[in-house]
Design a binder for this molecule. Structure first.
Ligand code: ZN
Length: 336
């Protein structure tokens, strides 16, 4: 081999080894890059997997509250979990609103009480009282009750009268007063007038003068044994009268101008409506303290009559206030 050829071979060899070294170097760089990428990939992969496992744990914890979903996959549990957690919170709010609502609905229940206030207000307002007094100067009526005493009804009426500082007249039956002594006393103590409805509720037009006198006088005795009222006015039973009576009874006979027919309707609202529709100044109203409906009607009528400017007085007071002469044996229908 010539020197030249050897030199050429040498150069080729060196060039080849240089190329080999470069290739090896490039491979090494590539390897480093690949390893770096791989490491980075591993780290990211690891972190991702840790995060996911954390999420899984929390979702499982939530799912534990909803056992029905606990066996399903995560995404499946996630959705109901969020919905379920949010839903109760939303449900709580309406519950609170609902609790508030009844309080608001109570207000109308309070309103009637408030509506009573204005009703009472005019009565207690001095200015309006004066105006009312001028407009209805001495506008008054007499409530009268026959056939008692009968404790459950009479005492209720007496109580209602007292509540409104009103007075009435009770035409009692003589043969009942001993039995219901304390009731008669209550009537008397309330400042009401006690009068006679005879001793045994007989039709006086069918009696002899002697029998008639007995019915009137004995009733008076029985009443005065319990309460000191003296001579009493008379209301003849069944509203019947004749000349013999006029000549012989010896006391004023009190009839009426407004018949409530309470014994017939036995309905508080009907009685109340009849009174309010027809009442006028000077009226004498007839009722019977035997029926609970009458007592109930009085609870309605008494405050309303007062509100309308009526003074509720006894028959005696009505006659005195209206300047009516009270004559024995005379028949009176009203205080006009
Ligand atoms: Zn009667």
């Amino acid at each position: 081999m010539s020197q030249r050829v050897r030199k050429k071979d040498d150069m080729n060899q060196r060039r080849r080894s240089y190329k080999r070294r470069r290739r090896r170097y490039a491979l090494q760089v590539l390897w480093i890059i690949v390893s770096l990428v791989a490491t980075a990939g591993l780290i990211i992969g690891y972190r991702l997997s840790t995060d996911r496992s954390k999420n899984n744990n929390s979702q499982i914890a939530n799912a534990a509250d909803y056992p029905a979903d606990s066996d399903n996959n995560v995404s499946a549990t996630l959705t109901p979990t969020i919905v379920a957690v949010v839903t109760p919170t939303q449900v709580v709010e309406p519950t609170i609103e609902a609790t508030v609502t009844p309080i608001v609905t109570i207000t109308p229940m309070v309103t009637p009480t408030t509506t009573i206030a204005p009703t009472l207000a005019p009565t207690s307002s001095p200015q309006e009282d004066n105006e009312e007094d001028k407009a209805n100067s001495k506008k008054m009526i007499a409530l009268t009750f026959d056939d008692g005493p009968y404790p459950p009804v009479t005492e209720k009426i007496v109580k209602t009268l007292a509540e409104y500082d009103a007075k009435a007249t009770f035409f009692v039956v003589g043969d009942r007063v001993e039995q219901y002594k304390s009731t008669l006393e209550l009537v008397y103590e309330g400042g009401n007038q006690i009068a006679s409805h005879t001793y045994s509720h007989k039709d006086l037009t069918k009696l002899s003068i002697k029998e008639m006198e007995h019915e009137i006088q004995y009733a008076n005795e029985c009443i005065n044994k319990i309460v000191p009222v003296g001579e009493t006015y008379l209301r003849p039973p069944y509203g019947r009268k004749n000349d013999l009576m006029i000549e012989n009874v010896g006391v004023p006979m009190i009839f009426w101008s407004l018949d409530t027919m309470d014994w017939s309707s036995r309905d508080a609202d009907t009685i109340y409506k009849d009174i309010m529709d027809t009442v006028k100044d000077g009226d004498i109203l007839i009722m019977h303290d035997l029926y609970p409906s009458t007592a109930k009607a009085m609870e309605l009528a008494i405050p309303k009559l007062i509100e309308e400017g009526y003074q509720l007085v006894t028959v005696k007071e009505l006659f005195e206030a209206k300047g009516i002469d009270i004559v024995d044996g005379k028949v009176y229908y009203n205080g006009r």
